[in-house]
Ligand binder design. Structure first.
Ligand code: ARG
Ligand code: ZN
Length: 883
């Protein structure tokens, strides 16, 4: 059933307090719920509809009286109280659930012997009958009773107010959460866990006990998570003025989890891959991801929990904002430019294709069948870009005024995206024109810009035109409000001071308080619009969309020479990187044409020179260099083609990499030598940057057929003292099929088979390989002893990894599609959320040639006709077929 934003209605009943009791057993779990119910309007006796899925109802009482037949109806999805009393009343239900049989990992389930929960978005209805919607906010208590030796640790939200031993080897714990919350933030954990303990004293002097819970053997790997948590707590006080509000904060790490992590009030539950790290077993990328996600979930305490969403269409209200906050946090902890480059790449690689495909939806969707399908890169990452635009328009201080007002107005409430917008506007008395369209229009705006210089008038004009492409359900679009941060470079490569701009017949001064300004934010709001800079002494080179100030595709009339100039000189480091990427994309597209015509491939010497200059520029940040010499991904290039051709794009990218490696071999070798790890592993920007640059160089070198290099890469593998270096070397060796590869992979497995997180990397490295005919290996890996289709991380590594290799997933014989089709059907019976994420790989089937289209379509048709298909997979597969 499809649900629409426009159908939102206030609930007929509110819940005030909720007292839950869990009796955790091996065969079944009994849940008793006592809820105080308040009708929204006095005397209205509308039926009370409770959600409930996979629940066995044992009894239901109102004000202490058992309901009889006729006073309620139970169906597969609801419990309806047909004629509740007219005033306030107490509702009590008893239900039974089967956590050990719950493979969906939603609701209450077991993960390696421990109980845990995942309720967002609509998992609470798998625990007890409830109005499972975020605008029902109540105060909870939670009593947990279980066998003490099997489940020594019993956790829930809020404060522990009582605990004790019971007969028969059982014990109990009673938790009370003093804050009102929606049920999706409820959590329960029970099992054999130990904690790393620390404390954080907040700005007002509250001493908070911090605990990170894991199975005993993993405890040593929680040091970085604890560091990250404390850093996040401090940062949120410093940057957003947000203080933690309870005396305890728990994090639990579980190996079986559908997503990354969950911000349950004071009891965050994490996928173990986003908590556990040691230098030997986790890479720099893992360390960075842990920092970001620990921050993300912690930041939700204010943006999500204290202020929550009215309904699930508003998801980006909390997720877009919280992603923005975690991006800023990581930025402040590392390098701002490098973080920005990474985030923009992610947007281009994953969100742009979604915005141009059958699942395109606005940051605030208009409808959904299964909400879980809308935890997307659009809601999260594009949503974060929307929040970033407020900051770009208002400046840091104005933005902070806006968030302060938002928290002041809405603490304890369930609100909408307009409420956030209004707080930003009202706190600054700002004119945001048609900014709200960012929440309602899907599709990536395409902005064209042409420039002209008038030497006589000393003016420089930028003419913008924008279109927003049609998306499913939205054939016609309005022009958007696009903040374009811009600067002008003079012929020496320096920023020109900007004086004033003609726009809309008005002359607006750009300077402020007598200070020179080098970057200004142009407010593009119309289909076509011109801005003219005055007092421009020479023909400038414009640096546009600095810092990527809006989530758009920009098409400028800059020449290759202009781009090389920007690559070498722009004061905006992001745009230096961007100029290199634009050049690389152009170059790759040209060679794709050559490849398709069977003409020889060539590499422009000017490009090699540009890369070489970056490589040798010792004034540049090493991680920036690594980013700047990395070619755009295959997906990004395919995205620019009329008909995506994975074979051509792959061949071209491989060719250019190899050319660069052979022409810059000497430089790459030096980089490897100069940036080897010497001291022990340290997670900080300087050390990470050094490792990244070394390993990027190594990756290039490994593409060469060269004895000396083979030796070198093997040497790097053998002498590595941390996972970052070891895994990079392994990946370098694994680029080419052969005995060296087989041996190294076997050796690595041998060394790490006891560590499931490392084994997952080993799976992903093989599954995502571009080696021809890799699908064969996938069938073998599926039956590998370490693979388990019930564990989402293993599925993401193996199946998700495979779909990330365009040449193999889109193999012209359809073998990749067939492989995925079979898996999706199998997976759907176990875990619909994971199956639905996997089926998304098919969604852009129309982008390929006719042969591939037919093969992919056949698999999608097979999937939608499968018996007992979940709504999750149905929604993605049927929408994919509908275009
Ligand atoms: N709120 C969580 C986070 O972003 C993610 C929950 C995902 N749940 C889901 N059903 N997809 O931090
Ligand atoms: Zn989140």
């Amino acid at each position: 059933k499809e649900i629409f934003l426009k159908d939102y209605k206030l609930p007929d009943y509110y819940f005030d307090t909720v007292d839950l009791s869990f009796f955790l057993g091996e065969e079944k779990t009994t849940v008793c719920a006592k809820i105080s119910v308040i009708p929204r309007v006095d005397g209205g006796a509308a039926p009370l509809v409770l959600d409930g899925v996979d629940l066995k109802l044992i009894s239901v009482k109102i004000n202490g009286n058992e309901l009889k037949e006729g006073e309620f109806q139970v169906g597969p999805r609801h419990l309806i109280l047909t004629s509740p009393p007219s005033g306030n009343f107490i509702l009590e239900t008893v239900t039974e659930i089967l956590p050990h049989k719950n493979t969906s990992l939603e609701g209450l389930y077991k993960s390696s012997g421990n109980f845990c929960t995942q309720c967002e978005a609509e998992g609470f209805r798998k625990i007890t009958f409830y109005q499972d919607r975020p605008d029902i906010m109540a105060k909870y208590t939670c009593r947990i009773e279980a066998n003490k030796s099997l489940y020594p640790v019993l956790l829930s939200n809020g404060n522990l107010i009582e605990q004790g031993d019971l007969e028969g080897g059982n014990h109990f714990a009673l938790w009370e959460d003093p804050f009102k919350k929606p049920c999706y933030l409820f959590a329960l954990v029970a099992g054999q866990l130990e904690s790393r303990d620390d404390t954080f004293t907040t700005c007002s002097g509250r001493k908070v006990a911090l605990k990170i819970w894991t199975p005993p053997q993993d405890l040593p790997k929680t040091e970085h998570a604890m560091y990250s948590l404390k850093a996040a707590m401090k940062w949120d006080e410093d940057v957003f003025g947000r203080e933690y509000d309870l005396d305890i904060f728990n994090i639990v790490s579980v190996p079986d989890f559908n997503m990354g992590a969950m911000e349950n009030k004071s009891l965050n539950i994490f996928n173990s891959k986003l908590v556990l790290a040691s230098p030997e077993t986790a890479t720099d990328a893992d360390y960075a991801a842990i920092l970001g996600v620990i921050g993300h979930e912690y930041f939700h305490n204010w943006t999500g929990n204290r202020v929550t969403c009215r309904d699930w269409f508003q998801l980006s209200l909390k997720e877009g904002l919280t992603v923005f906050r975690d991006q800023e946090f990581s930025s402040d902890m590392g390098s701002r430019t490098v973080k920005r480059i990474g985030d923009v790449s992610k947007l281009r690689t994953y969100q742009f294709p979604q915005d141009a495909g059958p699942m395109a939806h606005p940051v605030r969707p208009h409808s959904y069948i299964k909400m879980d399908n809308f935890y997307t890169v659009t809601v999260y990452e594009k949503g974060a870009e929307v929040v970033r635009m407020y900051k770009t328009l208002l400046g840091s201080q104005g933005f902070r005024k806006g968030t302060d007002l938002y928290f002041e107005r809405h603490d304890g409430q369930a609100v909408t995206c307009e409420d956030f917008f209004a707080a930003m506007r009202d706190a600054n008395d700002a004119d945001f024109a048609n900014f709200l369209l960012w929440y309602s229009q899907a599709g990536t705006p395409i902005v064209k810009v042409t420039s002209s210089y008038n030497a006589e008038a000393r003016t420089f004009s930028l003419k913008f035109s924008q279109t927003v492409p049609p998306t499913p359900g939205q054939p016609v679009k309005e022009p958007m409000f696009i903040p374009v941060a811009a600067g002008l470079l003079d012929s020496s490569g320096k920023d020109m001071p900007l004086s004033s701009i003609y726009h809309d017949g008005k002359l607006e001064s750009v300077t402020c308080c007598g200070q020179s300004v080098y970057t200004t934010v142009l407010r593009v709001t119309k289909g076509e619009e011109e801005f003219t800079f005055s007092d421009v002494p020479e023909k400038p080179i414009p640096s546009l969309l600095r810092g990527y100030s809006a989530p758009i595709r920009l098409q400028s009339d800059l020449t290759d020479d202009d781009l090389f100039f920007l690559l070498a000189h722009d004061s905006d480091e992001f745009n230096r990187w961007e100029a290199g990427q634009i050049l690389a994309r152009k170059l790759m597209l040209n060679q794709v044409v050559n490849f398709q015509k069977s003409s020889p491939l060539v590499l422009d010497p000017q490009f090699v020179h540009g890369i070489k200059c970056i490589l040798l520029d010792s004034s540049l940040d090493k991680e920036f260099i690594a980013k700047a010499i990395t070619l755009p991904g295959e997906g990004e290039v395919m995205d620019m083609m009329e008909v995506a051709d994975p074979d051509a794009v792959h061949a071209v990218r491989k060719f250019i990499r190899k050319q660069l490696a052979s022409q810059l071999k000497h430089e790459f070798l030096n980089l490897v030598k100069e940036n080897r790890s010497t001291e022990k592993y340290v997670f900080d920007h300087t050390n990470m940057a050094r490792r990244t640059l070394k390993n990027t160089a190594l990756g290039y070198l490994a593409s060469l057929e060269d004895e000396e290099i083979t030796e070198l890469v093997l040497h790097e593998y053998k002498t590595a003292t941390n996972m970052t270096d070891q895994f990079s070397a392994l990946a370098a060796i694994a680029q080419k099929p052969g005995k060296a590869r087989d041996d190294a992979l076997a050796d690595f497995y041998n060394q790490w088979q006891q560590d499931y997180l490392v084994v997952n990397k080993w799976f992903a490295l093989q599954s995502s390989s571009d080696i021809p005919g890799n699908v064969e290996n996938l069938y073998k890996l599926l039956s590998h002893q370490a693979f388990d289709i019930k564990n989402p991380n293993k599925v993401y590594s193996l199946i998700g990894g495979f779909c990330a290799s365009p040449v193999n997933f889109h193999a012209k014989d359809g073998s990749g599609y067939k492989f995925l089709g079979e898996i999706v059907v199998q997976l759907d019976k176990l875990n619909p959320q994971v199956a639905s994420r996997m089926v998304s790989a098919f969604s852009r089937w129309k982008r390929y040639d006719e042969t591939r289209q037919n093969l992919a379509k056949a698999q999608l048709e097979m999937i939608v006709s499968a018996n007992g298909l979940s709504e999750n997979v149905y929604e993605i597969a049927s929408k994919s077929l509908a275009v």
